[in-house]
Design a protein around this ligand. Sequence first.
Ligand code: FCX
Length: 434
Amino acid sequence: APSLKEALAEKILAEQERVKALKKEHGSKILGQVTVEQAIGGMRGIPCMLWETSLLDADEGIRFRGYTIPELQEKLPGAAPGGEPLPEGLLWLLLTGEVPTPAQVSSVTEELRSRSALPNHVKALLGSLPAGTHPMTQLAQAVLGLQSGSKFAAAYDAGLHKSRYWEPVLEDSLDLIAKLPEIAAIIYRNAYAGGELIAPDPALDWAANLSAMMGFREHGALELMRLYQTIHTDHEGGNVSAHATHLVGSALSDPYLAFAAGMTGLAGPLHGLANQEVLRWIQHVTREIGESPSKEQLREFVWATLKGGKVVPGFGHAVLRRTDPRYTCQRVFAQKHLPDYPMFKLVSDLYEVVPDILTATGKVKNPWPNVDAHSGVLLQYYGITQESFYTVLFGVSRAMGVLAQGVWSRALGLPIERPKSLTVDAMLDRVKGQ
Ligand code: FCX
């Protein structure tokens, strides 16, 4: 059976031809137009990037290589029959476009295990950071700490032909993905368990090992981690963490440098940090109006948040216009594993209350919940109570999506990104007479 690299190499040749033909036959055709509003408004909706691993539909939500989340839950092998998918299987799918067999998934688990040893200097680096350094800052620093081992940077220095860039980029990507669980667990144990580390367990799959090294080995916690790590991988190319990784990678900065940029973007409260913000906001709710507030009390609280000039974290989206399927699958998980948990009840009540209020403001384009509205409550249930850590779990997962695309970006020879910017005067000049 072909290895992951062999399966990928087979796909690359055909896709290179397809992209070459697309450029040759349709290169001058129009994908969309750019308005002044879009240029000022965060480039919303401008189709201007090639991203192969996933595609977002505003109503339906994300598809990974054409598959919805429920389809992945059905098709990707789990740790046990009927269980949540193993993220290793999604990595195979993201890289090759094909749903893997159980044997192929095991081969990825093995491959990642063989690459997982963390250099001592990275452990020492994490141990040397001042207490209270935000876990996302620690994650970015640890990733940069690994950069000295970049095989792409070394191969580039040695003069590798550009048709082969994707090979050491794949090597770095697999090395980095393999090491992230232990990095995350060390950040967690240093911050919340007095630095008492737990050794990796070679009998566990990649996501289960992450949970176990953090100190959580219960069946439900392992299943949650597999699901969590699967659904946070990719959300097409324009979101801040994906686009930052893509942009920096386009300068041929190696995967460590590129991914570190993605992680500093994920650390923003309007993006990945929203899962921390949701938990804090929910805790604020329960402190102010108790664990089982009435819907009326919740409505008042939501309005007070808005009147305070703050966003309701976990709701809204730049592209989505319906409930995020990543929210829905976590809700289904909660209904199965923790139906009576009071915090889940609160999240469900917010689902009923918040959208009407955000709609009533008349300006929020999507009043529905996103992925971050649900994830923290599931983690709380299994004892992972430290919300400032949550975005690290998001980041570990995000590596699979953005690094898989990074391999493809180099395989397809995508150039350095360099969109055009304009001054206000230049914009006025261009619209004169229109
Ligand atoms: N609460 C309050 N106001 C909101 C809001 C929310 N949840 N969502 C949007 N708005 C406001 C915007 O702040 C903006 O107000 P302004 O005109 O006064 O500046 C107006 O509604 C229009 O914004 P809109 O076009 O709907 O949304 P954007 O594309 O600009 O922003 C995000 C999208 C996600 C940033 C926005 O909905 C938000 O801030 N949500 C809360 C934070 C959050 O949950 N982020 C996580 C998103 C995602 F899932 C992820 O990346 O992880």
